[in-house]
Design a protein around this ligand. Structure first.
Ligand SMILES: Nc1nc2c(ncn2[C@@H]2O[C@H](COP(=O)(O)OP(=O)(O)OP(=O)(O)O)[C@@H](O)[C@H]2O)c(=O)[nH]1
Ligand SMILES: [Mg+2]
Length: 551
């Protein structure tokens, strides 16, 4: 048979420090706020606050409430326990509308009665009475509450019962032979209190009205119903408030629990654990994978394409080619390339700070993402959210998805700004280009000198006759060597320059690609990855808090 103390002992022996539990539940509910249903989070927070408040009150008193249907004999049981007619017992139902409190040992109980919201006119102080008997000694430190009925047509009665049941340390449920199977009490009160078995007693009152040969089967029936409610460890007792049968045993059971001074803690602990359990049911227990590098890389790739990174990189390469050729080509032909527009400037990139200020443009002119690119961005964001949220419960998976897209409306502007702010590295030409340029001009000057000299010779009246004083090398006149050599070397140098410029353009394009992609990666990190990680971190915080609270 279940001993009366089984419950509280078991609970308390494995109990954490209650303040640890309060803290763990508080952290979990804070992290769950906005992610789980508000009503569950509100309940957890209200429970935590109430428990914290109750813990702050005197530990010297234990609140014991007598609850049950109208006419079950709550007020009579209250009087029988007290050994005095304190509460009104009536023939007309319902009789009790407001809870009455009887306090044994009034010292320091004021605050607790205030917390319970019992008006002074409904308070009875037992040590202010002179006839203290053995009942009173047994119940020292008890605040006994006679509650209104829970099945009344009076709404105020339910509210009062519900309110006080929440604040009570030990509950005595009074059933009577007629209504013990009523769904109202089982569904509304008993079954939901399955987490609170350790702080409950159930009494079948009016047993004097049950024939002896039917008592046991009735008690068995009630036991079965209680087991079905999940209250298999709750003690069940038989009493008659009229004849006094079983009342001493009930008083003893109550007194025993109160003396152990553990019901208050057990009740508060049960409240915290039950709120934690509800949060946990809503949260689920699944783990989640970390965001994989590959997923993030795929997202960055989609962002980079949508931002037009390949367009910009191609523009960097061709701009570098054009500028390089301009700088290193044969001066006579390279000016022609000036007629071609600069691809970077056409995109309104690489204007420098002053340039952008002058044009007054907030945006680059990189073509905006195509519908296909945008669809890919959406698909990658979804895939990333799905990857980590797949094992999570619905509300958490939803909140991860919400977080993943919450900042997507900013994406276009942010990607464009990232392109605009990235130094694509086309500003200066390499040093060798300067030398080549100098050499080109030198060769041009040489060629022009050769040309001039040759022109002078051609215009000479002696032309054709040959001037013996024209210097020559191996029979070739120096002016011709200068002219042809200058032009040929210039063209050759231009060719070599072209080759070097191509290599430079390619490496600059690669560098630009790296820088642009890293700028895009920061945008992806800020707009998607960080918000998703924040949800996962919140989930982990909730799970950790609940794991501690439910340990
Ligand atoms: N025969 C018998 N009558 C009882 C017993 N307990 C209470 N009564 C009677 O049942 C009626 C209702 O008792 P109360 O104590 O007023 O019941 P209550 O649960 O407080 O009722 P409400 O305040 O209306 O919710 C009264 O007439 C009591 O005398 C009992 O154990 N046996
Ligand atoms: Mg009553």
């Amino acid at each position: 048979m279940t001993s009366l103390l089984d419950g509280p002992k078991r609970l308390v022996s494995r109990s954490l420090d209650l303040s640890d539990l309060i803290e763990a539940l508080g952290r979990a509910s804070q992290a769950a706020r906005g992610r789980l249903d508000d009503s569950v989070v509100d309940h957890a927070e209200a429970t935590r606050d109430r428990v914290a408040q109750r813990l702050g009150l005197t530990a010297g008193h234990t609140v014991v409430a007598i609850a049950g249907a109208t006419g079950s004999g709550k007020s009579s049981t209250f009087n029988a326990l007290a050994g005095v007619e304190l509460a009104a017992v009536g023939v007309r139902r319902p009789t009790t509308s407001w809870a009455t409190a009887c306090v044994w040992g009034a010292d320091g109980a004021g605050e607790l009665l205030g917390y319970l919201g019992i008006a002074p006119r409904h308070q009875i102080m037992r040590d202010s009475l002179l006839d203290l008997g053995k009942e009173d000694r047994a119940l020292q430190g008890v605040v006994l509450l006679d509650l209104p009925d829970h099945d009344s047509t009076e709404v105020s009665h339910h509210l009062e019962v519900d309110r006080l049941i929440r604040l009570t340390d030990l509950m005595v449920w009074v059933l009577d032979p007629q209504k013990y199977a009523d769904a109202a009490v089982h569904n509304r009160y008993l079954a939901p209190l399955a987490t609170h078995q350790a702080v409950m007693l159930v009494v079948l009152n009016h047993v004097d009205e049950v024939p002896d040969d039917r008592r046991q089967s009735m008690l068995d029936d009630i036991r079965r119903l209680l087991d079905d409610d999940g209250l298999d460890r709750v003690p069940l007792m038989a009493t008659s408030a009229r004849t006094g049968e079983g009342i001493d045993a009930l008083r003893y059971a109550v007194a025993e629990r109160v003396r152990a001074k553990k019901v208050t803690r057990a009740r508060l602990e049960a409240d915290l654990r039950s709120a934690a359990r509800q949060l946990s049911d809503a949260t689920g227990t699944g783990g989640h994978p970390k965001l994989s590098k590959e997923r993030i890389a795929a997202l960055e790739g989609a962002f980079a394409d949508a931002a037009g990174v390949p367009t910009v990189v191609a523009a960097v390469e061709s701009a570098m080619r054009i500028r390089g050729r301009r700088a290193t080509g044969w001066p006579v032909t390279s000016w022609l390339s000036r007629l071609r527009p600069d691809p970077l400037r056409r995109l309104h990139l690489d204007l420098g700070k002053e340039g952008s200020l002058l044009t007054g443009r907030g945006r680059t002119s990189v073509p905006s993402a195509t519908p296909v690119e945008r669809a890919r961005v959406d698909a990658e964001v979804r895939a990333l959210a799905d990857e980590v949220s797949a094992p999570l419960s619905r509300p958490w998976a939803d909140s991860v998805r919400r977080a993943s897209v919450a900042r997507i409306p900013d994406l276009g502007d942010r990607l464009d700004a990232a392109l605009g702010e990235t130094d694509v590295g086309t500003g200066r030409m390499p040093v060798w280009a300067g030398f080549v340029r100098m050499l080109q001009w030198l060769l041009l000057v040489v060629a022009l000198a050769g040309l001039g000299w040759s022109a002078v010779l051609l215009s000479d009246p002696w032309f054709g006759v040959g001037r013996p004083d024209t210097p020559d090398v191996e029979g070739f006149p120096v002016p011709v060597i200068l002219l042809l050599g200058g032009v040929l070397l210039g063209l050759l140098l231009a060719l070599l320059g072209r080759f070097l410029v191509s290599a430079t353009a390619r490496s600059r394009a690669r560098a630009a690609d790296r820088r642009l992609r890293s700028a895009i990666a920061s945008v992806a990190e800020e707009l998607v990855v960080t918000p998703v990680r924040a949800e996962l971190a919140a989930y982990d915080t909730v799970r950790e808090g609940l794991a501690r609270a439910l340990k």
